[in-house]
Design a binder for this molecule. Structure first.
Ligand code: RIB
Length: 304
């Protein structure tokens, strides 16, 4: 069983010829409102691939909140522990995607910022259920960091495999590292966490080694179309990316983590799970949107 503890956002997505400079006004191509949020995206990725997936988090008591819960449900995610927080608006992300598939994102947390102790109790109910076997806990950093740390502690104590996507990038407390089984930073996040630039595969290997030394069992530095670097106790190695033409890279990292978790949940080896993660991430960049870009098993079979 997979438990995702994290954010749920409505994405307000503008397609634009290029990303605007500071102070510049541009005429865009199109605008859509689609379900997103790093937590919810990862949950949909897992569920579309067939995993029993539970989401723990919050939406606001507004029309976005209702649509976000419906999207999770229609994709097969269990939402019994998604709380509708009437005191807040739903989290939103304003996203601009340009003709080269590059993007920038501003997130306003809304109800995600209220995720706290009662949500941890809901998480504990799932983690301590003896009838559901081994658990994988997926975490990201769009809900308050002290709560993410407590969620990691609870997952670690319960014997779950804890996978942290340290996005959006922020400093992490030293005592969080040993609670994490798999850390999946992209280059920007690895740069902030390591304190040195990640420009080459060698840099990514150095970062992976450093995070492993800080107590993480396995590190995957996601480098987009340049592939990934994996580090664990046996050293570091490079994995090539699937060659695809990107139309929208939003949520590619979430797709990757969902693909990794779903394969591990089926009992696949880490290497096989990594291959699936690379493929799911590659698939997602060939489709627009966040949750809408996540593949089913059938999509993956047809893909490449
Ligand atoms: O990782 C992509 C996600 O980041 C978007 O769906 C947006 O909501 C932001 O959280």
């Amino acid at each position: 069983m997979i438990i995702v503890f994290g954010s749920i956002n409505m994405d307000l997505v503008t397609r634009t010829p290029r990303l605007p400079a500071a102070g510049e006004t541009l005429i865009g191509h199109s605008f859509v409102t689609v379900p997103g949020g790093k937590g919810a995206n990862q949950a949909v990725a897992c569920a579309r691939l067939g995993a029993q997936t539970h989401m723990v988090g919050r939406v606001g008591g507004d029309v976005f909140g209702q649509a976000l819960v419906e999207s999770l449900q229609s994709n097969g995610v269990q939402t019994g522990r998604v709380f509708v927080d009437g005191s807040e608006s739903s989290g939103i992300a304003t996203i601009a995607v340009d003709d080269n598939a590059q993007n920038n994102i501003i997130v306003v947390p809304g109800a995600n910022g209220n995720v706290g102790q009662t949500d941890l109790i809901r998480l504990d109910e799932l983690l301590s259920d003896p009838t559901t076997g081994e658990k994988i806990l997926l975490l990201q950093l769009e809900v308050p960091l002290p709560i993410v740390v407590q969620a990691a502690e609870m997952g670690h104590r319960a014997g779950a495999t804890v996978i942290l996507d340290p996005a959006p990038a922020q400093e992490l407390p030293a005592d969080l590292y040993p609670l994490i089984n798999v850390l999946t930073p992209n280059e920007t996040e690895a740069e902030l966490l390591s304190g040195f630039p990640i420009e080459t595969v060698n840099d990514a290997e150095s970062a992976a080694r450093l995070f492993h030394q800080r107590g993480i069992q396995r590190v995957i530095v996601k480098m987009g179309d340049r592939g990934a670097v994996v580090g664990d106790k046996s050293g570091e190695h490079y994995v090539a990316a699937y060659p695809v033409t990107a139309v929208d890279t939003v949520a590619a990292g979430d797709a990757f983590n969902g693909g990794l978790a779903e394969a591990l949940d089926r009992g696949e080896s880490f290497d096989a799970a990594l291959q699936q993660a690379m493929k799911v991430g590659a698939f997602a960049v060939t489709r627009p949107g966040a949750q809408d870009a996540m593949p089913t098993k059938a999509d993956l079979q047809d893909f490449m």
